[in-house]
Design a protein around this ligand. Structure first.
Ligand SMILES: [Zn+2]
Length: 316
């Protein structure tokens, strides 16, 4: 038997599995330890004063607790962001199930976390060299080279632009509507600073509607409400955003924009693990439910685009 340190590989795996399914415990109860609240003088046993709510750990100000107060602001204290992210990487579905079942205190609040992560991802994609940029301009060049005969290569390239601009006034209705929607979209993205995170939330709303259809009654969670499914989706979005941050750091490139900087196949694979752990179906049950969830979300997005188009056409 191969041993790594104290345990064999199989034992390490068993320990990992055990950690995965066990909810995190923050404080071990110091039973029967008497405290006197330094705020109101109440005598009590427990972690917090039952009268005023101040922590039993509160003491005179030291550099150490000043630092921990500062860390709390940045999500590194009690409601820890690193812990939440670590768990979203290695026991995502179990962590989300814990969160929904009431284990809130160990983890950073999901909505705040999504905004922080999205801001971080945007900053990174701005700072890192563009991953897609070198590939994009090369494609039209190749096409032009293939299409144009060698003798007229120079002449062929010139008339294309006037031709296109000449066509612009006679744009048909569909192109006009598309153009307006596109402009409105760009304007919205420009004007709302938090829009990438809002957009993600919009997606999660649609995903929650779909999981509500296919994962409503599950072996692990029983009956789940829409709100719970929305929270689960927000945590999954945090996970995906964190994964795309890691992906950008590993590949040392990032594309600026409103998409996640991680290939779709990785997102799908991770979502499958999320859903399996969270809802407790087998691999096959998770697979077809996830596929239908994606399909329904796609239909909802198209429906939404259709409604927006109708709205734009009617108000023109
Ligand atoms: Zn007190």
């Amino acid at each position: 038997m191969v041993k790594i340190g104290k345990y064999s590989v199989k034992e390490w795996w068993a320990r990992f599995r055990h950690w995965q399914v066990t909810p995190t415990k923050l404080e071990t109860r110091e039973a029967f330890e008497q405290h006197e609240c330094i705020n109101c003088g109440e005598s009590f046993d427990g972690a917090f004063c039952p009268y005023c709510g101040q922590s039993a750990k509160t003491s005179r100000l030291t550099l150490r607790n000043a630092l921990s107060n500062i860390l709390d602001v940045w999500g590194l204290g009690t409601r820890s962001m690193p812990r939440a992210l670590w768990h979203l990487l290695f026991r995502p579905g179990h962590m989300i199930a814990d969160y929904l079942c009431g284990h809130r205190r160990p983890y950073f609040p999901p909505f705040k976390m999504l905004f922080v992560l999205t801001a971080t991802a945007l900053l990174l994609s701005h700072l890192l060299p563009d991953g897609e940029a070198p590939a994009q301009p090369s494609r039209p060049v190749e096409r032009a080279e293939v299409a144009a005969p060698p003798t007229t290569a120079g002449e062929e390239a010139v008339p294309v632009t006037p031709k296109e601009s000449a066509e612009q006034p006679s744009m048909n209705e569909t192109q006009r509507v598309t153009r307006i929607i596109y402009d409105m979209w760009n304007l919205a993205m420009e004007k709302i600073p938090a829009s990438p995170a809002m957009l993600l939330l919009g997606w999660q709303f649609l995903f929650a509607l779909s999981t509500g259809v296919f994962f409503r009654r599950s072996p692990r969670m029983g009956c789940v409400t829409f709100t719970e499914q929305f929270y689960a989706q927000v945590l999954i979005a945090c996970q995906m955003q964190f994964l795309s941050i890691l992906y950008m750091l590993i590949t040392f490139s990032g594309t600026e924009g409103y998409q996640m900087n991680i290939p779709f196949r990785y997102m799908v694979a991770y979502a499958l693990i999320d859903y399996k752990q969270l809802y407790g179906y087998g691999w096959w049950g998770t697979l077809w439910r996830s596929a239908l969830t994606y399909a329904l979300t796609g239909v909802l997005v198209m429906l939404l685009a259709f409604i927006v188009t109708i709205f734009v056409v009617l108000t023109m």
